[in-house]
Each structure stands twice: as structure tokens, then as C-alpha cells.
Design a binder for this molecule. Structure first.
Ligand SMILES: [Zn+2]
Length: 217
């Protein structure tokens, strides 16, 4: 991780893909198992990977909610890569407009990543799906759209509070705001970073797992 400019720190904020990782209720568990195990005759090993498009650290595309919406393969790289602001939102229960207005969100930010108390869920019981995670309310989603936010990320498996998935995703995806879910931000101090978020190019995918990396600016 220390490659490149030694003055700048890099943070890999991606969840590792493992069979034990929690998935959304009803989704199949992640399968990672040997397809070919190297031996004397054929030394190459190959794993078989099976998962939903919303596994671990992943991006939601408009097609997740709108059948004719753009797929994850059509999301512009220049929106997925660029300056992002990590917001310290620890200590709040939900990201409502009143809470968002109190957080220190720079006016020029167009990509926001929320570091919340969700970090405790990953520490406390990383293999269980928790429903009491911190996330956006529908009004909070509208607030971000009104602020001109183009990409929003959070440190649990949904940007929407549990049970409020449809209105929150509707507000964001209809405004073509890119959603990044399942980030690990506990070691990342609040502030500005260069964000690199590259979802797998699943043809017309409603979403896709992504490797997400932040570099200090
Ligand atoms: Zn998703």
C-alpha cells in the first residue's frame, strides 16, 4: 500500500469477499470454492466465485430500480474517480436533513462517503446481517440531490435505512446519483481524498462489486 508518493497514504476501503460475509436477507451467501486445484499435471489453481451483484463493497446503478435505467457498465469513469469527502457522521442514528445540515460537508463536495457508527457492526459481529445500521432517510436522500451530490457512499450494505429502501434509492437513482455501499471506513480520517471506485463491468448490470481505494490528497 506504500507504492507511489510516499507522502500520501492509501486506504483500501473494500470488504474482502468471503463465504462468511453478511449478505442482504434473502440473497444467496457468497461462494468461493476451488474449481481447479493445482497439481503436478496442471499447476494452476482456479477458484469459482458465486455472488449477487450487491455483495460486499458494491455500486448500485439506476437499473437496480428502473428496468430501462443505465447499467453499471454505463456509469462514467470520471464520476467514479475523483475527489471525495469522507464525512465524520459517527454518533448519529440516521442521516436526515437536520443531521446532514449539522455535519461539516464542504460546499464544493460532489462525492460524499459517510463514516458512521456502522463501523461498530463490523467489529461486533462481522458475519451477521444487522438491520439497525445507520443510513439515509428518504428526506436525507432528497437533501443530497438538492445539494448537487453525484456519488454517495456508506459503511454498511445499504445507503437506505432498513425498510426504506425504495424511496431512498428512487430519489438517488432517478437523479443519477451513484451509490456505493459496503465501505470500510473505520481507519480513514475525515477529509478529502482522491477516490478510485471501479465496479466490475457487468453488461447492463443493476450493480456490481467494486474495489474502492482512497488516496490522501
Ligand atoms: Zn446495492
Amino acid at each position: 500500500m506504500a507504492e507511489g508518493d510516499p507522502q500520501k497514504r492509501w486506504y483500501d476501503v473494500t470488504l474482502p469477499l468471503t463465504p462468511e460475509m453478511p449478505v442482504w436477507p434473502g440473497d444467496p451467501p457468497v461462494r468461493v470454492e476451488p474449481l481447479v486445484e493445482g497439481d503436478d499435471e496442471n499447476p494452476f489453481s482456479i477458484l469459482r466465485l458465486e455472488m449477487s451483484t450487491h455483495t460486499g463493497t458494491h455500486v448500485d446503478a439506476p437499473r437496480h430500480l428502473f428496468p430501462e435505467g443505465s447499467g453499471v457498465d454505463a456509469l462514467p469513469p470520471h464520476e467514479l474517480i475523483g475527489p471525495a469527502y469522507v464525512v465524520d457522521a459517527r454518533g448519529v442514528k440516521a442521516l436526515s436533513p437536520a443531521v446532514l445540515a449539522e455535519l461539516e460537508i464542504p460546499a464544493k463536495a460532489t462525492r460524499l462517503l459517510f463514516h458512521t457508527d456502522n463501523e461498530m457492526l463490523w467489529k461486533r459481529d462481522p458475519h451477521r446481517f444487522h438491520t439497525d445500521f445507520v443510513a439515509l432517510t428518504p428526506e436525507g436522500a432528497q437533501w443530497l440531490v438538492g445539494r448537487g451530490i453525484r456519488l454517495v457512499g456508506i459503511d454498511y450494505l445499504s445507503i437506505a435505512r432498513y425498510g426504506m429502501e425504495v424511496p431512498v434509492h428512487h430519489h438517488l437513482l432517478s437523479a443519477h446519483v451513484i451509490i456505493v455501499e459496503g465501505l470500510r471506513l473505520e481507519h480513514v480520517p475525515p477529509g478529502w481524498y482522491e477516490m478510485f471506485c471501479l465496479p466490475l463491468k457487468v453488461h447492463q448490470g443493476d450493480g456490481a462489486p467494486a474495489r474502492v481505494v482512497l488516496r490522501e490528497l
